[in-house]
Ligand binder design. Structure first.
Ligand code: FE2
Length: 263
């Protein structure tokens, strides 16, 4: 998939073979890095449907975190839902969220992250994606010195008692891999490391017109699956006037076999 290809959903109306749909989704993820799924009707396509659809294809990974401490817990599903009681967390705010990977501070994060939409916002709230290959291409032509720094300079990401030291961009035989979350950078980074992070933030934040960012607005019943370390993801701000006015379930999966995919 290139930046010029339209992102089209996998559409389905037959709910009788969840495992077959799960297979189709993971095959699309392997090929394209992400898969957007849109059922003909939202009824019946909730988190229990995806529990069933994914059962044969991989190991579910606990992905939930305590909303107050950020510490991981045993929950296989995490809710990302507007809650005015917690405006200081992206998980519960209605603000835009900058591009990031979920597993920046996790040593061995699940390869696939997925979002299942229970309720869409009144307006806004699209999920945004930037393919790691497109990021490297853009940096290589526009900021080659920043690209070199992101490949060679380790950063430290930390949250909820977890801590990982790694460069933002790794380029190996299996393609471009990413670890990045400006809000998970550890305290006390050296000024020169912090400066690299700030430059990347500025590059991504001002890049909506020159980076091939894809936008997927999930409607109720939709889901999107993606390789967490092959793409950055984020979201647009949205409008919601009551708790749970936008409501997503989030999960993590470690697929069986060699399903990392890549270029
Ligand atoms: Fe995220």
């Amino acid at each position: 998939m290139t930046m010029n290809d339209p992102l089209l959903p996998i559409e389905f109306s037959d709910l009788s073979s969840p495992a077959a749909i799960g297979r189709q989704v993971l095959d699309r993820c392997r090929a394209d890095g992400l898969a957007w799924v849109r059922p003909a009707r939202a009824a019946g396509v909730d988190r229990t449907f995806w529990d069933e659809a994914l059962r044969a294809h991989g190991e579910r990974v606990a992905i939930d975190e305590d909303v107050m401490t950020g510490e991981p817990n045993d929950g296989l599903w995490s809710t990302v839902a507007y809650d005015p009681a917690h405006p200081g967390t992206f998980r519960h705010s209605r603000t835009a969220q900058p591009l990031h990977t979920d597993g920046s501070y996790v040593a061995d994060p699940p390869e696939i992250v997925f979002l299942v939409c229970r309720r869409a916002a009144t307006s806004g709230g699209a999920t945004l994606f930037l393919d790691g290959r497109d990021l490297v291409l853009a940096l290589g032509t526009q900021r080659p010195s920043l690209l070199a720094a992101l490949v060679h300079q380790p950063m430290i990401f930390a949250k909820g008692g977890l801590r990982v030291q790694a460069p933002v961009i790794t380029m190996g035989n299996d393609g471009v891999r990413l670890r990045w979350n400006v809000h998970a950078l550890a305290d006390g980074l050296a000024p020169e490391v912090r400066a690299i992070a700030t430059e990347l933030c500025d590059f991504l934040g001002s890049g909506s017109s020159r980076l091939p960012i894809r936008s997927v607005r999930l409607e109720a019943g939709d889901a999107v699956f993606f390789h967490d370390d092959r793409l950055l993801h984020g979201r647009e701000a949205f409008n919601a006037d009551h708790p749970d006015g936008r409501f997503l379930w989030k999960g993590g999966l470690r697929p069986h076999g060699d399903t990392r995919g890549g270029p």
